[in-house]
Design a protein around this ligand. Structure first.
Ligand code: RIB
Ligand code: CA
Length: 313
């Protein structure tokens, strides 16, 4: 087997984050160097708790968990309990985790890891606001050229926004952080709502996960059936968009996705459109094409991968 790809997952669980983390922990192609929690869907205290719950559910308490930013760089914190429930992992019952949080701050872990590992060998996978990454870049700008790739769930263009008409939640939580990251020169792969709205947890797909029958799979089904209710009501769709596992699936099977290199800039001023990801999809400017923006996905192939890997936990 080729060398395992070293990754750090920065996350704000969230049921869809949980699916992404479980996919990563079940995939031998990936070496998860650490999981860093950030405030987002629910406050940091809960995202940290939830990361550890998912590690224990996946029988992977060997992976270190770190706590990062409690709040965005500039804006007031916002959360999404209306989507994820009060715990952030509503839909399944979990005991409180017993595995520890590392003493080191997540930002220092990210910096230390990028400076220690050979340049160009560590991939950052972000599933929440970009606060931890932006803080690390502010503290140690020398890490930017050492990042192999930053694969992030966030933004939207043709699909608009999901927390405001213009903005997707992860970007909207901390637009200043997103602006720093998109200007950093790090090679970015962006999984926007334009992709994730094509990844619907239909009844048929959820039934295949339920058929696995294991505790991790059944817990995931419970979480998905809770998580999707908000979007089913909002979009009138069969199932809700499963956002975050797109990041991990890209690392394992990039051929599932299609996209193009574009300039992406973040609205940080207008209160009407703050957090919007302005994507030059049609290349009408000569601005730097700083991100590979995904637009298409083989949804059946994605769920087949997810189901096959969940069965390994
Ligand atoms: O807008 C969807 C994103 O916001 C997902 O990452 C979800 O978990 C929330 O963080
Ligand atoms: Ca998330």
């Amino acid at each position: 087997m080729t060398e395992r790809r070293k990754i750090i997952i920065d996350t704000d669980p969230g049921q869809d984050d949980a699916a992404a983390i479980m996919l990563a922990l079940a995939s031998p192609e990936l070496e998860v160097l650490g999981l860093t929690a950030v405030a987002g869907n629910v406050p940091l205290r809960l995202t940290s708790r939830n990361v550890r719950i998912i590690c224990e559910l996946s029988n992977r308490t060997d992976v270190p968990v770190y706590e990062g930013a409690e709040r965005p760089l500039v804006r007031e914190p916002i959360t999404a309990e209306h989507v994820h429930g009060s715990t952030g992992l509503d839909g399944a019952d979990f005991d409180e985790p017993t595995m520890p949080v590392q003493d080191q701050h997540a930002v220092d872990f990210i910096i230390e890891t990028l400076l220690r590992e050979p340049a160009g060998t560590v991939t950052l996978c972000t599933l929440g606001a970009l606060t931890n990454i932006a803080t690390a870049l502010n503290k140690a700008p020398e890490i930017a050229p050492r990042v192999k790739e930053l694969v992030m769930m966030g933004g939207g263009y043709f699909e608009g926004g999901n927390i405001t008409p213009a903005a997707e939640f992860n970007i909207y939580v901390d637009p200043q952080a997103a602006d720093i990251v998109f200007r950093s020169g790090i090679p970015i792969v962006m999984m926007p709502l334009d992709v994730t709205h094509k990844l619907l947890t239909t009844k048929e797909r959820v039934a295949k996960i339920r058929d696995i029958g294991t505790r991790p799979a059944l817990a995931m089904v419970g979480m998905l059936e809770f998580f999707e209710r908000f979007d089913v009501e909002k979009y009138g769709s069969d199932g809700g968009p499963l956002h975050d596992p797109s990041v991990i699936a890209y690392l394992i099977k990039p051929e599932l996705f299609t996209g193009r290199d574009c300039n992406v800039e973040i609205e940080v001023s207008s209160e009407l459109t703050i957090g919007a990801t302005v994507v030059d999809w049609w290349h009408v400017t000569d601005r730097k094409r700083n991100a590979r923006v995904m637009g298409g996905v083989d949804a059946d192939g994605f769920f087949a991968l997810l189901t096959e890997r969940f069965a390994r936990l």
